[in-house]
Design a protein around this ligand. Structure first.
Ligand SMILES: [Zn+2]
Ligand SMILES: [Zn+2]
Length: 247
């Protein structure tokens, strides 16, 4: 009640404007309801890697079985049990994520965490592990966006309140070239031996938190590193999934 009153008061004093259309959002977050509805959910996707699957034919949605594992995951199972990526990396979300990540607008973390929780049903995990940045990139950017997201998710979701935030056990060894723009083969080459882990992960459910999953090369590299450290249950939680080129 007090929180709601406080939020209403704040909204009156400092109205939030929508990041996408510029109109007053009339909500405690800087995204108006119509623009939020325009974001594209990633419902019909592979449960293992969250790759969007071809849409069901019109009129057949009711008889369609639940989404099935994609051909890539059947052929070569990835080193993680599932990916939760509730949104597609559409233009609107890309705009918000880029402002958050590259323009230092960390005030957008609560908006992104709320969007994630609104669409995902994660369940409890033992460890929240933000994808580590190389120290040099962390120094340049000043923050690790995945760590901010972890902290906010833990603060907002009661089932995550008991999860351990793991910031020290995994290190990024290589300052890989920015993944945006690199091809799939280049990304894979970049990510080989990119991480090292010195924690104990046996019998723990680990959620690796990232912002956007593109080819999955980062997730696979980290998943393999965690498996070598004894992990048997790794999930990747990210905001959005980019469809693979050619899909
Ligand atoms: Zn708007
Ligand atoms: Zn898959």
């Amino acid at each position: 009640m007090v929180n709601r009153l406080g939020a209403a008061l704040l909204e009156g004093l400092f109205p939030n404007h929508c990041l996408l259309c510029g109109l007053r959002s009339r909500r405690p977050v800087p995204l108006c309801a119509p623009c939020a509805r325009d974001l594209q959910p990633n419902h019909n996707c592979c449960p293992r890697c969250a790759l969007p699957l071809p849409a069901p034919l019109p009129g057949t949605a009711a008889m369609c079985p639940p989404p099935r594992t994609c051909g890539h995951c059947l052929q070569a199972p990835p080193p993680f049990q599932r990916v939760i990526a509730p949104w597609l990396y559409c233009e609107g979300l890309a705009h918000i994520i880029q402002r958050w990540k590259f323009h230092g607008e960390t005030r957008l973390t609560p908006l992104l965490a709320r969007l994630w929780l609104q669409a995902a049903d994660p369940g409890a995990v033992d460890v929240l592990l933000p994808v580590p940045l190389h120290w040099r990139r962390l120094w340049q950017r000043g923050f690790n966006q995945s760590e901010l997201l972890c902290r906010e998710l833990r603060a907002l979701a009661p089932e995550l309140a008991g999860a351990r935030l793991d910031l020290r056990s995994v290190k990024r060894l290589r300052n890989t070239s920015p993944q945006a723009g690199a091809g799939a083969a280049q990304r894979l080459a970049n990510m080989r031996a990119a991480f090292t882990a010195r924690g104990h992960y046996a019998n723990l459910r680990i959620a690796v938190v990232d912002d956007v999953m593109t080819t999955g090369a980062t997730a696979a590299a980290l998943g393999r590193t965690l498996q070598r450290a004894g992990a048997s249950h790794v999930e990747i939680w990210c905001l959005a999934r980019t469809p693979m080129q050619g899909n």
